[in-house]
Write a new protein. Structure first.
Lengths: 179, 402
């Protein structure tokens, strides 16, 4: 009986989804897609035009980021951004952009959506590219003359790119047969 | 039922309660006649001024981000009042007018949709009672000294009745394309918090919820619309939901790579560790509380599993030498808080008490030592170890130095 009603329900859903009389909502406007479609994929899909240099990033970082992250990204109220490479397998791992983050695109995405903490969304794409270039350079991942843009950023190989594994749980907790 | 308290236990309990006033009790206050009228009727209820339980949070220079812990030591039953539900925010609680809020479903779909709250509420709704637990709940338990009380060590968990629309319904309307395998969910908070959700989960049982515990979801819990992923870490239950983008890959968000991934002793981190495994904790008696006298008590606590129903909860009052089956409050709903109880005689001697949950998959809540042996002490997230409380001879209850 339960199975039968589930099938009837599924059929009703299909019919209503196809019936023009019961159209749900409306197509999104171009503005809605622009406003809500800012997420950046690890292959770079979604990165906008623009570019940023390490030098521009240094200036921007001092003005907009250093108050929380420290002048050299050493961390304060905000997260430490620099260093820690080689510590992940020690008793005191230091997880930073340089030591832990697997994709440079994630840094762009996060700075763009969430930073500065008190004014998220304030940075223009060129400023985000510059901030990202500076933090990557502080970590020794790109050189001082490299420019970050939609073409170069996804090609940056982060030191911990291969540091993530799938969820193997349940790994603990001996299983008992059900009663 | 076999695990019910025995007749003898019940008789003992009655005897102790009836015998005398316990320390701290006051005699019945008799009002003089004529009696005063009470307060008039009101539009929105408040709890009694004598009830003081509140969420706890650490002092912070950035109070818009952080977490507040539910006072589960004072909890009864299995529903957390919405006003006491734990919180975890990353950039403050937005004020959203539901008349202008929209959910946009886009990306790899045949018919991209923009939905108002009115559109969503026109659809057939479902209601589910579910546990919600932060992936970082009990993170402090990995440390050598465990948490002093149950609120601050296990309080990033709450139970609610959620009402909304199955996400599968809207995905069917949008027409998911064959290439799509992930859903990128984004909230309308200032930082636009974002997570990648496998399409299989979205189709299995994700909900777009607008109701919580009989009213609209509270602003702190995602008003007007929240993604609910039953059994999965709280962070994936994106609040203030305004965008669902169908993609062919996870987006490797900051909150699924840098955060909410579990660092192992070999330096590798487990990613997409979504499920919250079976867990339980004794809420009374628990750290910071004290038993006013020897005698009979009802020991009680909460159990839950992100993988289904709680099958059994076992309790020890002798440091793990023997385990007794606790009474489970029915109905035991899948992926929901389950209240357990055990009649217990405190005889004025030191006691180490603990609970362990077994869920319907047969999984047994592990000890702290077992967890650390497998995962080390740096994984931060997804701690579900057994919590031991030390009831001291004088009736005070403390944590245990592990």
């Amino acid at each position: 009986m339960w199975k039968l009603s589930a099938i009837v329900f599924a059929a009703a859903v299909t019919v209503s989804a196809q019936s023009p009389g019961s159209q749900i909502g409306r197509p999104p406007t171009p503005e809605e897609i622009r406003e809500l479609g800012s997420a950046i994929a690890p292959d770079g899909t979604g990165l906008p035009e623009g570019s940023g240099t390490v030098a521009a990033g240094r200036t921007l970082f001092a003005a907009r980021c250093a108050r929380c992250h420290g002048p050299a990204g050493e961390g304060d109220i905000g997260a430490r951004l620099v260093g820690g490479q080689g510590t992940l397998a020690t008793a005191r791992p230091i997880k930073t952009v340089g030591s832990f983050w697997p994709y440079a695109t994630t840094l762009w995405d996060y700075v763009n959506r969430a930073m500065p903490f008190d004014q998220p969304g304030a940075l223009q794409p060129a400023e985000v590219y510059a901030a990202v270039a500076y933090v990557l350079n502080l970590n020794g991942i790109i050189t001082a003359d490299q420019v970050m843009d939609a073409g170069s950023l996804p090609k940056v190989k982060m030191p911990n790119r291969d540091g993530f594994v799938a969820d193997p749980r349940p790994d603990v907790g001996k299983e008992r047969p059900r009663k | 039922m076999k695990s019910s308290p025995s007749r003898r236990q019940l008789l003992q309990m009655g005897a102790a309660v009836g015998s005398s006033l316990l320390a701290g009790d006051k005699a019945l206050a008799l009002e003089p006649n004529p009696r005063k009228l009470g307060e008039p009727l009101g539009p929105y209820g408040e709890r009694s001024p004598f009830e003081k339980a509140v969420r706890w949070r650490r002092e912070s220079k950035t109070p818009e981000t952080g977490s507040s812990f539910s006072p589960i030591h004072d909890s009864v039953g299995t529903i957390t009042p919405s006003a006491l539900h734990y919180e975890r925010h990353h950039s403050g609680i937005p004020t959203i007018d539901p008349a202008t809020h929209r959910l946009v479903i886009h990306g790899l779909v045949d018919r991209p949709l923009s939905l108002s709250m009115t559109d969503i509420k026109r659809l057939a709704s479902v209601t589910r009672t579910l546990v919600l637990e932060c992936g970082g709940n009990s993170a402090g338990e990995w440390a050598p000294i465990t948490g002093p009380d149950v609120q601050r060590s296990y309080g990033l968990v709450s139970g609610s009745e959620w009402t909304g629309v199955p996400l599968s319904r809207l995905l069917a309307a949008a027409g998911v394309q064959r290439r799509a395998s992930w859903v990128i969910a984004e909230g309308a908070d200032a930082c636009r918090m974002m997570r990648s959700i496998p399409l299989a989960k979205a189709l299995e049982n994700s909900l777009l919820a607008y109701g919580q515990n009989g009213e609209a979801i509270r602003p702190a819990q995602g008003y007007p619309l929240r993604l609910i992923n039953p059994g999965w870490e709280g962070n994936t239950n994106v609040k203030w939901l305004h965008s669902l983008k169908l993609t062919d890959q996870p987006y490797m968000a900051r909150d699924e790579t840098s955060k909410y991934s579990d660092l192992m002793p070999d330096g590798k981190a487990r990613i997409f560790t979504y499920a919250m495994e079976a867990k339980s904790v004794i809420t009374f008696p628990s750290g910071g509380q004290s038993l006013p006298a020897r005698g009979a008590y009802e020991l009680t606590g909460l159990a839950w599993s992100g993988r289904g129903r709680i099958d059994r909860v076992e309790v020890t009052t002798d440091g793990g030498r023997t385990w007794l089956a606790a009474v489970l409050q029915e109905p035991r709903l899948p992926i929901a808080l389950t209240r357990f109880r055990l009649a217990w005689q405190f005889n004025g001697q030191d006691a180490l008490i603990a609970s362990r949950a077994i869920d319907e998959t047969g999984y047994v809540q592990p000890t702290r030592d077992e967890l650390i042996a497998a995962r080390g002490t740096n994984s931060i997230y997804h701690y579900n170890g057994i919590k031991v409380w030390h009831v001291r001879a004088d009736g005070t209850v403390t944590h245990v130095e592990a």
